[in-house]
Design a binder for this molecule. Structure first.
Ligand code: 3H9
Length: 720
């Protein structure tokens, strides 16, 4: 709803729908009624609109778009048209965020003022739609076409200072936003409003070439997403058509998007991220009843690629960090990497040179473990070796304060075994970052059997603070993310053995929307890493892996990647892997006939007959293999909800948001179809354990439950 009060001759309208004042039906009609009252009231000379609590408004209520719900009239434009028509000045007083429809309300006002920390933006594109209440028409009239294209197609949030420079804000105020709004509104009473009404403003002439160039840019930058292209169409309409006609055009484009599958998937992803933040442990402890410990300082052990990246995340979030490396030379190399990454961020305008400098000032590089004596939390990021990690944790246990939380960045080792090296098993937890750690948003937090709720709460809160998307998972071999990756990678290798080329497989995945095909990703990570992990894992089971191994415990294995490693093809770092890169460190991946010969030779050696494999089969085998594993992970309680898996794939592996995530994708395919296909593959490939159909999937496929209700069945059927 919207509250209406008066201060002298000023009408104050408060948007009231906690926590973010989303513009639900009640808020829209409340706003419309309040504006009407203010305009009709002879004593009112000016009007201020503000938001209750911390935010002005986060825009339309996204929940109203879902599940076929039709937005009920009045729309935002119906409510705000009154501001356009008002002869009394209307001022938007912005604190917190004015996003999407929230900013559109503000653009219907004659003036906008904001606090120094306020943010404005049109993030609609990130949920698969476009600003559909005049945003694409009014913003270009205020700040010009080019800046509008940037804001609307990126969805980025613009801070107060920039908003002021762009002309979105008329003033930045430092005192109480309502008081300032009232003061400002009184100061503009009697001024001519004609030029303040955005629909009356002339729009600059822009050559069609600008839009042609932007279409090419957007197609490349947001590959596969349709909303940014629709945003461009709507902005172009603002240039080409009179206001009323282009508003009509905007509405049509909006309505097309709002009903699209991409919008549905992207909005699912928006809520999945928030659902996933609500964690719970098997003990019943959860995000509502556990409190995080404060993390004022942190430590990172290991200045390699991962350690340096993690340290960078911490210092750029304002957390003073001690970076420990045993060798001065490695330490300096790590610092150079960090400085290079910061220079990159400055060049990309993600931060200022001043901010980058400030971040490095709170980094304390060290070759002395004792320097971790007083930190609140340590993240170990050395290479995957259980004995080494145990040794480090035993050492940390002695050096650090009793309350210090000890985290490991392991991607596969048993958290409980690492914790056993300490006398604080409740304070040991996995914080698994994804490469490159500074860029990738996923933080897979792994609890062990003794990890306390307080420790979990601390690393989940830390994740959000360092701008990651944290997801909580239980301990199992490779945890949730890499465990699901395993059948995906394995199927890719089988496909190559059976006749598809690595380049065909990658193309199919990239066409689907993955940022990189599986083989390019492997080259980026380094093929030697998997080689070592495989050997470590085999050793733990008492198995000696060789290039001649075809079956392990009755399961088919394909060690083609290891053949490449033993030929010195380690990926980008050695200049050759599945692709040829010309020289070490170069990024351009060129298909390599030598690799095809290696595959040919491998198949000859094992008598494998090659055949033509269709793109559809490539996609189905890879996606369904990981989906089946996802259901098993859910079934075993490694994650507590399907949203966790989708968030992992979106933020850890770049699954396109417009496809919602693998569990959402399965839901859209209909679980009975997914189950049937998995059963077919199981019959066809009996030696691939990953095709054994998940029992949970089998049960769910007999129901018509939508993804939002799967957990109810999981919880009601502990014995599946
Ligand atoms: C739009 O405006 C279309 C118009 O152009 C045209 C219409 C015709 N709706 O993120 P948080 C919930 S489209 C419904 O954890 P923070 C959120 O789910 C809209 N619910 O807080 C969560 O619920 P829960 C364009 C919303 O402080 C709770 O609020 N706007 C909405 O980290 C707290 O959210 C956007 O896309 C919403 N619009 O971040 C902005 N927004 O507690 C989307 C939030 O049950 N919102 N919720 O999990 C955001 O980006 C962030 O929420 C914000 C606050 C930055 C505002």
């Amino acid at each position: 709803m919207a509250n209406y009060t008066k201060r002298d001759e000023v009408a104050v309208i408060e948007l009231n729908n906690p926590p973010v004042n989303a513009l639900s039906f009640e808020v829209r009609s409340g706003l419309q009624n309040a504006l009407k009252s203010a305009i009709d009231d002879q004593d009112v000379k000016c009007i201020v609109i503000h938001g209750k609590g911390k935010n002005f408004s986060a825009g339309a209520d996204i929940k109203e778009f879902g599940a076929g719900t039709k937005q009920q009239k009045p729309w935002i434009t119906d409510a705000c048209r009154l501001a356009d028509e008002s002869s009394k000045p209307v001022v938007a007083a912005i604190a917190g965020t004015a996003l999407g429809g929230g900013l559109e309300v503000a653009l219907f006002c004659h003036y906008r003022i904001g606090t120094p920390s306020c943010r404005v933006g049109f993030p609609e594109v990130q949920i698969g739609i476009l600003p559909g209440a005049g945003g694409t028409q009014r913003l270009p009239r205020l700040i010009g076409v080019n800046s509008s294209i940037d804001m609307i197609t990126s969805g980025r949030h613009v801070m107060a200072e920039e908003a002021m420079k762009l002309g979105i804000l008329d003033k930045i105020v430092t005192e109480d936003i309502i008081e300032e709004g009232v003061k400002f509104a009184k100061s503009v009473v009697g001024l001519d409003l004609a030029h303040r009404i955005l629909k009356n403003r002339k729009i600059e002439a822009v050559s069609p070439k600008v839009f042609d160039d932007e279409i090419s840019r957007v197609k490349k930058k947001y590959k596969g997403y349709i909303a940014p292209l629709f945003c461009l169409k709507a902005i172009q309409a603002s240039v080409q058509l009179p206001y009323d006609a282009s508003m009509e055009q905007e509405l049509q484009l909006f309505q097309h998007l709002v009903g699209s599958n991409q919008a549905k998937a992207q909005q699912y992803a928006f809520f999945a991220e928030r659902t996933s933040a609500r964690w719970q442990l098997p003990t019943g402890a959860n995000s509502q009843n556990a409190s995080p410990l404060p993390v004022k300082t942190a430590g990172v052990i290991g200045a390699g690629t991962m350690g340096a990246g993690i340290a960078l995340c911490l210092i750029t979030s304002g957390i003073p960090t001690v970076l420990v490396e045993q060798d001065q030379k490695f330490l300096e190399k790590g610092i150079k990497t960090m400085e290079g990454d910061l220079r990159g961020s400055v060049a990309l305008k993600k931060m200022t040179a001043e901010q980058a400098k400030k971040a490095m000032l709170i980094l304390k590089p060290s070759v002395n473990f004792e320097d971790l004596h007083d930190v609140d939390l340590v993240i170990e990021a050395v290479y995957e070796n259980l004995a080494l990690k145990k040794e480090i944790f035993a050492k940390l246990d002695k050096i650090c304060q009793p309350q210090t939380i000890l985290c490991t960045n392991t991607s596969s080792l048993d958290i409980d075994m690492i914790a056993e090296a300490t006398k604080r098993m409740d304070k040991v937890v996995g914080t698994h970052f994804f490469a490159p750690a500074y860029i990738m948003k996923l933080q897979e937090n792994v609890y062990g059997k003794n990890t306390s709720a307080e420790t979990v709460a601390t690393v989940m809160a830390l994740g959000r603070r360092i701008r990651k998307v944290p997801v909580l998972v239980g301990t199992c071999e490779s945890f949730a993310a890499n465990r699901m990756l395993h059948p995906y990678v394995t199927e890719a290798l089988y496909l190559v053995e059976e006749g598809a080329s690595p380049y065909e497989v990658d193309q199919v995945l990239e066409d689907f929307g993955m940022p990189m095909g599986m083989f390019r990703v492997s080259d980026l990570s380094g093929l030697d890493i998997g080689y070592k992990v495989r050997r470590e894992a085999a050793k733990r089971q008492g198995i000696d892996l060789t290039l001649g191994t075809r079956f392990v415990n009755g399961e088919r294995v394909c060690l083609l990647a290891d053949v490449l490693v033993e030929k010195g093809r380690l990926g980008i770092k050695s200049g050759k892997g599945w692709y040829n890169y010309g020289s070490p460190g170069k990024k351009e991946a060129i298909p390599d006939p030598e690799v095809l010969d290696i595959i040919e030779e491998h198949c000859r050696k094992f008598g494998i007959k090659k055949q033509k494999i269709s793109s559809q089969e490539i996609l189905e085998r890879m996606q369904l293999a990981l989906i089946n594993e996802g259901f098993r992970i859910l079934e075993e309680g490694i994650v507590s909800k399907p949203e966790d898996i989708d968030v992992i794939w979106i933020y850890g592996f770049g699954w396109p948001k417009y496809m919602g995530g693998p569990m959402f994708y399965a839901n859209e395919m209909k679980l009975k179809n997914v189950y049937r296909k998995i059963c077919d593959f199981h019959q066809k490939y009996p030696f691939s354990i990953h095709w054994t159909p998940s029992k949970l999937l089998a049960r769910l496929s007999e129901t018509d439950l939508p993804i939002s209700n799967w957990t109810s069945l999981i919880n009601s059927n502990s014995k599946l």
